[in-house]
Design a protein around this ligand. Sequence first.
Ligand code: COA
Length: 716
Amino acid sequence: MQIKTLGDEMKTRPDVDYLFKPRAVAVIGASHNSAKIGYRIVENMVQRGYKGEIYPINPHGGEILGLKVYPNLAEVEGDVDVVVITIPARYVFDAVKECAAKRVKHLLIITSGFSEVGNAEEERKIVAYAREHGMRVLGPNIFGLYSAAASLDATFGPGGILPGRVAIITQSGALGIAMIGKTAAESLGLSALVSIGNKSDIDESELLEYLARDEATKVILMYIEGVKHGDRLVDTLKQVTRKKHVVVIKSGRSQRGAMAAASHTGSLAGADNIFDSIMRQCGVLRAESVQEAFNWARFLADAPIPSGKESVIITNGGGIGVLATDACEKYGVDLYDDQQVLKDTFSDVMPDFGSSKNPVDLTGQATAQDYERSLEAMLSNPDMHAALALYCETALFDTEEFAALLKREYARYKEKKPVVFSLFGGEKVEEIVRELRKEGVPVFSDVYDAVSCLGAMYRSWIKMRQPSGGAEEVEIDVAAVEEILDRARDEKRGFLLANEAQEMAKVLGLSMPESIMARNLDEAVRAAEKIGYPVVMKVVSKDIIHKSDAGGVALDLLNRDEVVDAYQAIMRSCRAYKKDALIQGVEVVEMAKAGVETIIGARQDGSFGPIVMFGLGGIYVEVMKDVAFRAAPLSRREANDMIADIRSYPLLLGVRGEKRKEIDGIIDVATKLGALIDKCRDITDIEINPLVVYEHGHGVKAVDVRILFKTTREVR
Ligand code: COA
């Protein structure tokens, strides 16, 4: 065991290492009854061949599976690093006290009946006590832990876990246990499997940090139901994905995030949408289903890191080749495109009637030898980086022979280039697919499944190649920001008036249309003449937040008469809207020239903390919901990725001969809002709607800036 090597490392590393490499494990609640969880756990530890000491604890004493049973932990002579607790909830706290007296390091609390059923108080009490006594808690409400590093299966799952390179962290118990069976059925080897249950103490972030350091782990697969400390998780994931592939399955595509609907940033922020965006930011691969996650994990665990992004499809069927090309487009897999090189590489090794274009079509008359020679030719061309080999069952081709060929080729490719296979045909072909998969060959019946693996690999690869480093520091004059907020707070206001928003924009260095505050009609006319027509007029009243709804906005006023009429109309409608509203006057604003209307905002998210949102603006914003998110603060590259994530991105690049728009200007605003929402946690929502984006070189304009914040200063 690795125990002896722990010493020095433990001085610098948190003791989570002991969780995965314990020297001795005790089971409080080890049962003599083979139907009970407390028996099953001991049985799995014995069967898996854990080489440390196993101490079953049960007041009845005796033996379980030939192991001496101790009546209590105090009677165990040796040190115990990990204790598995599997007794009813009401006895757990006393057991934890016993563990403290024994100076145990980690507790795996299997028992249910805590915060998941409303008994949060007892859970807090246990964790607080454990932490005070230098112990860490995994769970409660878990099915246990498997660690290949210690040959330890301390779960009550079905057993039979194979050691390998994939680590699984799961929040769901039932699904996690089912995954054990599935990994065995699919011959997917695991380096670790951790059930995190209620995450009362040890959470995903801490486990990820360990797994990132664990040499045996190449892929981390996480099943997440809800995110607790999202900002910490984001920081950790960004680091981990530089070294390992991380695949996540997240359930609950709900709209919980829409709760804070005080702004578009809130109402557009479906919780799932935010999760999706932020996982992309972190370089995490989000799978749609458990099967997809398994496919990816299995493939990535063995695939070599590609040296480039150009793939080649080799097929014996034109139709399936086209399907594969479609799939490549869907999953972002680039196809090698130098026609001359393709011809030079493949024309000698394929039938005369084939096509050397990519997909390289060997046609239905191809022999196994043609196939093999083509795969070999692709393997020896350094400019072709990954292969997708497709096979449609034909009468001419011996399927058995093909299976042997695939195994041979896979063995050749394995250390050099990524390769995936897709075989399509009858029962015989299906059987071969199943057999080859069991042997670890990445082969699929559905061509989309095969291509999706390549797509996942490339997404992860891009992240690994990105230069390291976090968000560049963006200077924000926090004192000046707080000063503006404090003035509003003095009036018990949690939002800014137009003139204050102008001041804020100045502090942040945002470009806004010129604006003058007018307290009466005369001043309004003078302001309009000074700014120059056309102008916009907006009511200024602390009692009216939604100005348009109150009829408090008039656009495109072309001359003096229109200003006079609009002023009177605004006063009338606002009084009708809210009789006792105190109206300070109107804001006369330069009418912004037309450009691409976007919306950009930032807010404190319940799961992820400070986040930034960007999307296409205008009147269809609610319908289109074409928005993307990133955790804040964000770097310029991350801001650029967020902008490129929206479906309407081509509008910003310029369509039909239009010029490219001022994307750098949007990046400036996004990074500033990110820094502001991160530094001033009392600000709950910022929204610029619209942020008008002009042609490259002509900047962006924040037409309306809305900021919501807590009326009492909480964070200092
Ligand atoms: N120290 C040591 N052993 C103790 C003990 C103590 N303080 N108190 C009781 N025991 C023994 C019992 O005598 C029994 O052994 P026996 O069968 O040989 O008599 C064993 O511990 C288990 O106790 P028991 O009262 O029979 O509980 P149980 O096995 O029916 O249930 C749990 C215990 C933990 C399994 C149950 O409370 C539970 O939480 N189940 C849900 C677990 C779960 O699903 N977790 C989440 C998965 S994702």
